[in-house]
Design a protein around this ligand. Sequence first.
Ligand code: N01
Length: 545
Amino acid sequence: MESFTATQDLDAVVIGSGFAGLYMNYRLREQLGMDTQVYEAGDNVGGTWYWNRYPGARCDSESYMYCFSFDKQLMQDWEWSGKYPEQPEILRYLNHVADRFDLRRNTQFNTRVIAAHFNEATHRWEIETDKGDKVTAKFLITGIGCLSSGQIPNIAGRDTFQGESYHTGAWPHGGVNFAGKRVGVIGTGSSGVQSIPVIAKQADHLYVFQRTPQFTIPARHHTVDKAFLDGVKKDYDAIYEKARWSNGGLPIDPIERSALAVSDEERLAVYEAAWKEGGFKFLFGSFFDIGLDRRANDTASEFIRSKIREIVKDPDVAEKLVPVDHPFTSKRALIDTDYFDTYNRDNVTLVDIRHAPIQEITPKGIRTEDGEYELDIIVFATGFDAMTGTFNRIDIQGRDGEKLKDKWAAGPLTYLGVTTAGFPNFFMITGPGSPSVLSNMPVSIEQHVEWISGAIAHMNEQGLVVIEADESAEKEWVAHVNEVAEQTMFMLADSWYLGANIPNKPRVFMPYPGGVGAYRQKCNEVTEAGYTGFTISKGEPAVAQ
Ligand code: N01
């Protein structure tokens, strides 16, 4: 982008208009009075919830916690209809937020940012979009989501298929008609586990192509009890505050009990009660060491395996569904509605592609080592190039023309998951190295947006121009993230947390697993100590903080 001629010089550019971009826009524009432009690839707000419209899509944080807390009246006014919010309802909520705070006014839709280069002479970002916009901004902030670059595996013959095919993360707005169709779903992660039971009810026949069996807990989704929600609303501040200081961003009391310190009977009773209640309490509300100690974990993993064998009537199918190659919680923990029971249906076939891998996609369907499955529709529930994939699609260049993609070639390097050294005035909402995907996202998003706007407000008040993470602080933070990750089950499975789902992606644990409370504490300490680990300057010369 040499000789960059901008049509506008802005205070800030925000990329994305999901939960993160919406709130960032609100803070910058309404609270800091900054001239802000938002660019959004979709034709409306919603981010993840705009794109992921597959059947059964819903969030697995309970609805009363899957929302913003920055506006008390908004919290009181919005009524959720179910225990877990469904995609259309979350999208309605985000549209309501956009309307209520007039957030579309400075948002340009159907527009992707394709390049952003930091100009060291002007201390401004020079930003270009696929629609030909050229603007500069003092601050560049990404709200591009952690799971927004869909991954369709490069299976031989993929383009020869003559039926319809879809990725769950780019679902047609008009929906897909499965009636009377032979459908193949590849993938049994969150998207597969949610969509499989719903598609099974609509399709003539459903073939599930499973590479890795999953541990999943029943969600026990039900209509929200009005009295419960009324109770929540009376106590919303305290409930949300508890979530802010929790491990996973949910208002669940920390458990001190070890799975290894109780009798077999007591342990079983705890698991049975949690299984009956449903949801993530099985993980966060049973024993503290399930995610930390392999022997403790074995007790939970074994309990879930016994449930799979109990639910699935055909013992051969049950055995194929039982995960044996990784412990519970080493991949993303899942909750489901009727997932295992779906395999008792006559119109559902489990195809074990671990033992008979897919050889090719043919014009008629999918051929595995065991034979060809003729299909009308293929659904790729095959996940995302998570956490770094969307950054890599934008040509982001910092000091000395260094490309972010090159800097992160061996894995993402960030300070606090919100900034990266050598890229001044650049902030990432829920970037790699922050709790992000290991937490209830709105809690982490709000924390980042508020931390970023706090840093910007500080700079504005002090007449400071450039904020930049120090390399040494970044190095220390990355080492800390790795050290904490090493103590968890996460290292014991191939997962997108580690980049294992993308060919040639470096195997590095990307989110911060230390918990949102501990992370918030660290961020607060950095701020209170005058932005330790950052250099903030008036441009030239730099003033070490
Ligand atoms: O993707 P995934 P996802 N051949 O990567 C399989 C969030 N989310 O879209 O495990 C055959 O988890 C792959 O198999 P394996 C949530 O954070 C949240 O489901 O790699 N199979 C796996 O089974 C989630 O974790 C919600 O062996 C292939 C599946 O495809 C994240 O998004 C809902 C394959 C991919 O699973 C991603 O979930 C939905 C190949 N070549 C998503 N490549 C909620 O809040 C991949 N697979 C509820």
